[in-house]
Ligand binder design. Structure first.
Ligand code: IMP
Ligand code: MG
Length: 179
């Protein structure tokens, strides 16, 4: 068992997610919203967020993989599972667990924009700005965190710890990151 220390508590996550939902409720009042979650990491966040939205909401998911070694991803991103539905003419909000190097989203945003949604926004629960390699325009960030490998609330370490109800830091880290 790895040693994990709490970085962001369950209560702090809930408070912040409510604030992020309130913002969307305000900005998209009277409109429909289409949430796109990037599997698997954003699943917990997208569900908690969706439960707090008051407009008509639809949801879709996609799965991507980025190639690289260790905890570095590189610029090459592949869509492993694409969206089930077209997004043309919809108000899309892409929901990410964490923006690290920025490689994944700097690839995905133009791909989805080219499908002509009526609007597209990117929100992320966590951001590690110190690790950014590609500039990504993020519309809302839950928490800015330091350069540390984190788990929980959807984020994994070798596929484990996604189920933790808080965000924690793995003290002894010797593995690969996973989507
Ligand atoms: P990117 O480097 O911004 O392309 O991030 C790619 C993906 O790496 C994220 O969506 C996460 O799934 C994963 N990732 C990045 N940092 C962490 C971390 O600290 N813990 C767990 N997964 C991470
Ligand atoms: Mg992810």
């Amino acid at each position: 068992m790895d040693k994990i220390s709490v970085l962001i508590s369950k209560e702090a996550l809930e408070t912040r997610i409510q604030e992020m939902a309130d913002k969307l409720n305000q900005d998209y009042a009277g409109q429909e919203l289409h949430l796109i979650g990037i599997l698997k990491g954003s699943v917990f966040f997208v569900c908690e967020l969706a439960k707090r939205l008051t407009m008509p909401v639809t949801m879709d998911f996609m799965s991507v993989s980025s190639y690289g070694t260790g905890t570095e991803s590189c610029g090459r991103v592949k869509i492993v599972m694409d969206l089930a539905e077209p997004i043309q003419g919809r108000n899309v909000v892409m929901v990410e667990d964490i923006i690290d190097s920025g490689n994944t989203l700097s690839y995905l945003l133009p791909v989805l924009t080219s499908r002509r949604p009526s609007s597209i926004r990117l929100i992320t629960l966590l951001s590690k700005p110190d690790r950014r390699k590609k500039d990504v325009k993020i519309d809302d960030i839950g928490f800015v965190i330091p350069d540390a490998f984190v788990v929980g609330f959807g984020l994994d370490y070798a596929q484990k710890y996604r189920n933790l109800p808080y965000i924690g830091i793995v003290e002894e880290q010797k593995g690969e990151k996973d989507e």
